[in-house]
Design a protein around this ligand. Structure first.
Ligand SMILES: Cc1cc2nc3c(=O)[nH]c(=O)nc-3n(C[C@H](O)[C@H](O)[C@H](O)COP(=O)(O)O)c2cc1C
Length: 142
């Protein structure tokens, strides 16, 4: 049973920013080495990230993430066991989104509230499907 952790934070840099890709590159490398999966959203204001894997690996990653000065005001929306990972094939999916409603949802999401966290995770799943589709379209186009 994988452990899941969903948090939100306030991005320090403007959107989009080259450091977003450094974060993504590092996440891919470190998370793949631990068999972790997840999804990262960047908006003009926020980061929101779901981490999935063994509890001790998530704790170790979070210890690094929490002290990263590329974001502030980190709040944990959810932490718990899941029946199965939501992002089985994603070392760290990524979406950069400029959407006021999403920023509002992240700003007002309560901490440690499973129901609202599951709604945010469902949104991430939708975004990852869209990305799969657009990838398929790109490869069809040659
Ligand atoms: C929003 C955000 C998300 C991050 N996500 C991850 C992650 O999923 N995995 C990871 O290893 N590092 C992540 N990082 C980077 C860590 O804070 C840290 O820089 C990195 O883990 C250091 O890895 P190293 O010790 O291998 O250099 C993230 C940083 C930020 C700001």
């Amino acid at each position: 049973m994988p452990h899941q952790l969903l948090y939100g934070s306030v991005a320090v840099h403007t959107f989009p920013h080259p450091s977003d890709f450094d974060i993504l590159r590092k996440s891919h490398a470190n998370n793949a080495a631990k068999g972790m999966t997840g999804f990262l959203i960047r908006t003009p204001v926020h980061f929101m990230q779901l981490l999935e894997g063994k509890k001790e690996d998530i704790d170790a990653a979070m210890a690094r993430i929490q002290t990263d000065d590329r974001h502030l005001s980190l709040r944990i929306f959810y932490r718990g066991e899941a029946d199965e990972p939501s992002f089985q094939s994603w070392e760290m999916g990524f979406a950069g989104l400029d959407d006021d409603r999403l920023d509002e949802a992240m700003r007002t999401a309560p901490e440690n509230d499973a129901e609202s966290a599951f709604a945010l995770i469902a949104l991430m799943k939708e975004l990852s499907k869209e990305r799969h589709q657009s990838r398929a379209r790109w490869s069809e186009a040659g």
